[in-house]
Every structure is written in structure tokens, then in C-alpha cells.
Design a protein around this ligand. Structure first.
Ligand code: ACO
Length: 373
């Protein structure tokens, strides 16, 4: 005989599912001002960084706090052990799985003591584009291309992917995408990287876990779905009917709306400008612009209570297609861009570390005896 089960004591502390609205840390890296549509990296406006900077300069700003517009970083060679693993992957593996595996294997080839350093952040950020490019070529039956140290990181990535040097406009467009994707506050993958770092685990483990988090469809972004939707629209004169039909069916327009932004996403504005200036503009960029006008008008009509504006994914689609990436490479390319932010957060976490370990409300059975046999 035991005492009757006692109920668990009620939770005395506030609880927010998904941690929504909970402040879980402090950062001096990125400021997301959703109300006014502002995104700042260490205080600098995203539009100015895209106009005057490059991805290596922005990554260096995030890692060190110093602005040097001329800062350079090239892609790095792939260690032999990692190449062996990339060759062993099935050709139909998802690029995100390949990238996560490559980062994990890279970590096994390095001595990565805690705390993480800027040099480690730089080395990992330089390695991953080579790994993704190599996997993309191997699955197509092509030989990987060695890094060209004379090229900056994004140009080098395109070179290793295609086997030819991209033109300046193409490299510039993808570089702009990398800049706007570099950092965005305490999103799920960045928070993951900080949790891993807080246990005094190494930077490769933090980034591998972050890639795994970004792989989920709720996080990894919607640009390939934007591509699908624009091909469904087909032509500008069909836009109004398509938008209304889609919303009437209760479906969402990809590339619109955001959990934080209530104003036009500043990253979308910067990317639109870049997409319009591209030498090889994708055929359907004009279609995207026409559909956007219609979508914003109809969304405002259907949701007067909620500001639903263009988000970064909408104009990421023409930029990524325009530089010649296939849609299945979009999420992994987004992950390459986010390396700067993930690793900068690892450095920031380690500099003032406290193990991240929240509490949970227990809602299971009260204490009880095992059933007797
Ligand atoms: N198209 C149509 N209706 C929309 C859209 C959209 N894109 N976004 C929100 N709504 C509507 C919802 O249907 C809902 O209406 P209801 O209350 O009548 O059901 C209302 O607006 C609020 O929607 P929520 O899901 O509560 O808004 P939330 O802020 O949580 O969602 C999200 C943000 C997930 C991005 C949403 O806007 C969406 O699904 N957008 C389309 C997908 C997309 O573009 N994702 C990329 C986001 S950017 C990024 O992740 C980097």
C-alpha cells in the first residue's frame, strides 16, 4: 500500500510556449526592429552594408566589431577525410544533410578547443562553401573544383560550384544575399548555436546543430516556394485572379508576412534593388515585381487588421535563381550566409558564458508505484 498519488504542485513561474516574447539573452550583434522595418548589424543599417560592404567585411564586423570595407576572406580547401565522406554520400542526399555532415566531419579534423576564436569562426565560414559546392558537383558526376584564393568568398563559392568565374554582377548579387542572410537575432538556429556553445562544446558542433535546426521547413525559408508560386502565376495579367484564388482557398502567399516585421522587410528592399541591377536578370523578376504589387494590395484588403508586407524570401528567389542556383540548394546557401551570425553568436556566448538550461513544467502523472505483477 502506498499513499494516494499527490498532484504535482502548480507551476509558480511564467510559461510561454515556444519562448515567444521571452528575453533569453543579450546581444550586441544584430538589432531587428520589426515595427519600423529596421535591421542593424552592430548599429549599421543593412541597406548601407549591402551598398558599401561585402560578405567578408560584414562577417568580420560581426566577429570583431571592426568595420573594414576591404576585409577579404576566400574559400578554404576541403580536408581529405571530409572529401572522402562527401564522396560516400548518396547522390540524392539533401544538400542540408550534406552540409551538416561536412561541418561535423570538418570538426573531427580540427583541434577546436573551447572557447571558440575568431580564427575558428573564419576557418569554418571559409570551409563550408567549398563543401557545399563539392557536394553539388559530386552528385552531378563532376569533379570538385579547388578553391581559388584570389577570389572573395562568395565569388569563390560560385566558381567552385560552376567551374567558371562568375561575372561581377552575379557575384555581387549573391554577395548581397549573403549579407542580408548573415544575422537575424535570436532565431531558432542561432539560439541552438548558443545553447551548444554554452555547454563549452566546440564551434563545429554549434554550427552543425544550427544547420540541423535550420533544415526544418518552419525555419529554412520559403524562396523555392516563391519560385513555385510565380511559375503558377505565369503572367502578370493572371496575377490578380491567382492571388485572390489562392487566398480564397485559405493558402498563404509565400514571401509575405513575418513574425517580427510589421513594415516592409529591409532585407527585401535591399535585395530587390540588387535583383533589379543584375546583369542577367531572371526572366521572371518583372513578374515578381508585378505580382508583389497585386499581392500587397489584396493582402491589405483581406487583412486590414494585420500588416502583411513583403519578406526577405520574396526577393531572395530572383537573386538565387538569377545567379544560377537550383531551388534545392537555396536552404543550404542560406545556411552558408548564416555562418557569420552563428559563429559570431558562439563567440559572444563564450565571452560571457552561462549554461543555457531553462526549466520545464512537469505535467505527467503524479508520483506512483509500479504496477504489481
Ligand atoms: N499569406 C496569406 N495570409 C497570411 C500570410 C501570407 N503570407 N501570412 C500571414 N497571413 C495571415 C494568416 O492567414 C493569419 O490570418 P487568420 O488570422 O485569418 O488566420 C494572419 O495573417 C496571421 O498569421 P500568423 O501565422 O499568425 O502570422 P505569423 O506572424 O505567426 O506568421 C509567417 C509569420 C509564418 C512568416 C507567415 O506570415 C507566413 O506563413 N508567410 C508565408 C511563408 C513565408 O513567406 N515564410 C518566410 C518568412 S521570412 C523568414 O523566415 C526568413
Amino acid at each position: 500500500m502506498t499513499d494516494a498519488p499527490t498532484a504535482a504542485p502548480p507551476a509558480p513561474r511564467p510559461y510561454s510556449p515556444g519562448l515567444e516574447g521571452i528575453v533569453a539573452g543579450e546581444t550586441s550583434l544584430g538589432y531587428v526592429d520589426g515595427e519600423h522595418g529596421r535591421l542593424l548589424y552592430r548599429g549599421y543599417r543593412i541597406g548601407d552594408l549591402v551598398e558599401h560592404g561585402s560578405y567578408p567585411a560584414v562577417a568580420n564586423l560581426l566577429w570583431t566589431g571592426d568595420w573594414d570595407a576591404k576585409h577579404r576572406l576566400s574559400t578554404a580547401p576541403i580536408p581529405d577525410a571530409v572529401m572522402t565522406i562527401l564522396r560516400a554520400l548518396p547522390k540524392d542526399a539533401k544538400p542540408m544533410d550534406a552540409l551538416r555532415t561536412a561541418v561535423s566531419a570538418w570538426g573531427a579534423t580540427q583541434a577546436l578547443p573551447w572557447p571558440p576564436t575568431v580564427e575558428q569562426a573564419r576557418a569554418l565560414t571559409a570551409f563550408s562553401p567549398s563543401a557545399l559546392a563539392a557536394f553539388a558537383r559530386l552528385r552531378a558526376g563532376e569533379a570538385p573544383v579547388e578553391p581559388d584564393p584570389s577570389l572573395d568568398l562568395v565569388e569563390g563559392f560560385l566558381y567552385q560550384l560552376k567551374g567558371v568565374r562568375p561575372d561581377a554582377g552575379t557575384a555581387r548579387a549573391l554577395d548581397a544575399y549573403f549579407i542580408v542572410g548573415a544575422e537575424h537575432g535570436f532565431n531558432a538556429s542561432t539560439f541552438t548555436a548558443r545553447i551548444v556553445t554554452s555547454t563549452r562544446s566546440d564551434i563545429a558542433s554549434a554550427v552543425a546543430a544550427a544547420i540541423g535546426t535550420m533544415k526544418g521547413p518552419l525555419h529554412g525559408g520559403a524562396p523555392s516556394e516563391v519560385v513555385d508560386q510565380l511559375s503558377q502565376v505565369g503572367s502578370a495579367d493572371h496575377a490578380e485572379a491567382w492571388v485572390r484564388e489562392t487566398l480564397d482557398k485559405g493558402e498563404r502567399l509565400m514571401g509575405f508576412g513575418h513574425r517580427v516585421y510589421r513594415a516592409y522587410d529591409p532585407r527585401a528592399a535591399a535585395l530587390r534593388k540588387v535583383a533589379e541591377g543584375m546583369e542577367h536578370r531572371p526572366d521572371w523578376l518583372q513578374l515578381a515585381i508585378d505580382v508583389e504589387d497585386v499581392a500587397l494590395r489584396v493582402l491589405a484588403e483581406k487583412h486590414p487588421e494585420r500588416a502583411l508586407k513583403t519578406n526577405v524570401e520574396y526577393y531572395a528567389a530572383p537573386v538565387l535563381m538569377g545567379v544560377g542556383l537550383t531551388p534545392d540548394l537555396f536552404p543550404a546557401t542560406f545556411s552558408l550566409a548564416r555562418h557569420a551570425g552563428w559563429t559570431a553568436h558562439a563567440l559572444e556566448q563564450a565571452a560571457d558564458n552561462r549554461l543555457i538550461r531553462p526549466d520545464v513544467n512537469y505535467v505527467g502523472p503524479a508520483e506512483r508505484d509500479l504496477p504489481s505483477v
